[in-house]
Design a protein around this ligand. Structure first.
Ligand SMILES: NC(=O)c1ccc[n+]([C@@H]2O[C@H](COP(=O)([O-])OP(=O)(O)OC[C@H]3O[C@@H](n4cnc5c(N)ncnc54)[C@H](OP(=O)(O)O)[C@@H]3O)[C@@H](O)[C@H]2O)c1
Length: 298
């Protein structure tokens, strides 16, 4: 599967149920902007707008060469049951058919089980997706938000191709708890929340601590602001922004397959795409790594 190491996260494309004040047109513009500037992977999910994100993407891609686009989508929330998590094989297969309809395509490049349920044997859920993979309806099987133990159960038959989990420079615990298993089993890794929902864009100062006090202690927040200042110096050297430099760090990281920053509007999407032009030296990569090293336990 060929893609650039930078993709587009689309939970703000039609994700009206998750975020307030989204403009539908911005969603269309974000996807077009990304595709026009060479981004190939679009990361969506049923739950982003309860199908609306997939519908918008489906409409937009009709004007592009499908073979150049990598579509990743996810499901597990059951629309017939208040979006409760369901990994039942019959449900998952229907979820794939429904996503294919909304995306107006005849195959999905990556289909993730979005969340594990607490009753379906994980390998049986994956086996259901494997039937669809054999039939050519999906090309890769993914799981998301599984614990390391759940992932091992899901991958008993070696059928998991890709994992998407919460990871960024201020949330690094899975470097130790998950990455060694992924490497041993040749499973690709896609981090979500690469910009820590905007915190790592460099647009906040120490005065904004209250906004983040649920997630970080004051001392941790100070470390983040200092680490972003170090990143800012490296960014200046490349005539780039902090956001682009943070994204470049993930792009450089060989443990990461694709980075999928979200964007609220086409300016952000365009800005993020320029991260592909930032090439960090090994020394710069290590400097950023060290600045955020204390988050390896978080
Ligand atoms: N598998 C899962 O369970 C799961 C969970 C969450 C997300 N995801 C996927 O991962 C993707 C990324 O996560 P995310 O979008 O929630 O978080 P993110 O990528 O960490 O942050 C995206 C947010 O950062 C801000 N931003 C982005 N580019 C910017 C720029 N150039 N300048 C200034 N601010 C910028 C915007 O916030 P403002 O809107 O505040 O401006 C944007 O919505 C999602 O879109 C989704 O596809 C998957």
């Amino acid at each position: 599967m060929k893609t650039t190491k930078l993709g587009l996260g689309t939970n703000k494309v039609g994700g009206h149920n998750l975020f307030q004040n989204l403009k539908e047109q911005d969603g269309y513009d974000v996807v077009k902007q990304a595709l026009d500037s060479g981004i190939k992977l679009l990361d969506t999910a049923y739950i982003y707008g309860e199908g609306r994100s997939e519908e918008i993407i489906g409409e937009v891609i009709q004007n592009y060469d499908r073979s150049n686009i990598v579509i990743a989508t996810k499901a597990a929330q059951d629309p017939q049951n208040n979006n409760q998590i369901n990994n039942d094989p019959i449900f998952l297969k229907q979820a794939v058919y429904d996503a294919l309809d909304r995306l107006q395509t005849n195959y999905i490049d990556i289909f993730y089980i979005h969340f594990p349920d607490n009753r379906t044997p994980k390998n049986e859920a994956v086996a259901a997706l494997n039937e669809l993979k054999q039939a050519g309806l999906i090309r890769a099987i993914g799981v998301s938000n599984f614990t390391p133990e759940q992932l091992k159960e899901a991958n008993i038959d070696g059928l998991v191709d890709i994992v998407e989990d919460h990871y960024n420079l201020v949330h690094r615990q899975i470097e130790e708890t998950e990455w060694p298993y992924l490497k041993q089993n040749e499973i690709s890794f896609v981090p979500y929340f690469p910009l820590a929902s905007g915190l790592l864009t460099g647009r906040y100062t120490l005065n904004d601590y209250e906004k983040f006090s649920d997630d970080y202690s004051k001392a941790e927040f100070e470390t983040i602001i200092n680490a972003l200042a170090i990143t800012g110096k490296i960014a200046d050297h490349h005539s780039a922004s902090v956001t682009q430099t943070i994204l470049a760090w993930y792009i450089t990281n060989s443990n990461i397959a694709v980075v999928i920053p979200g964007a609220r509007n086409k300016q952000q999407a365009a800005d993020n795409t320029d991260a592909l032009n930032v090439t960090l030296s090994e020394e710069e990569f290590q400097q950023i790594d060290k600045a955020f090293a204390s988050f390896k336990n978080k």
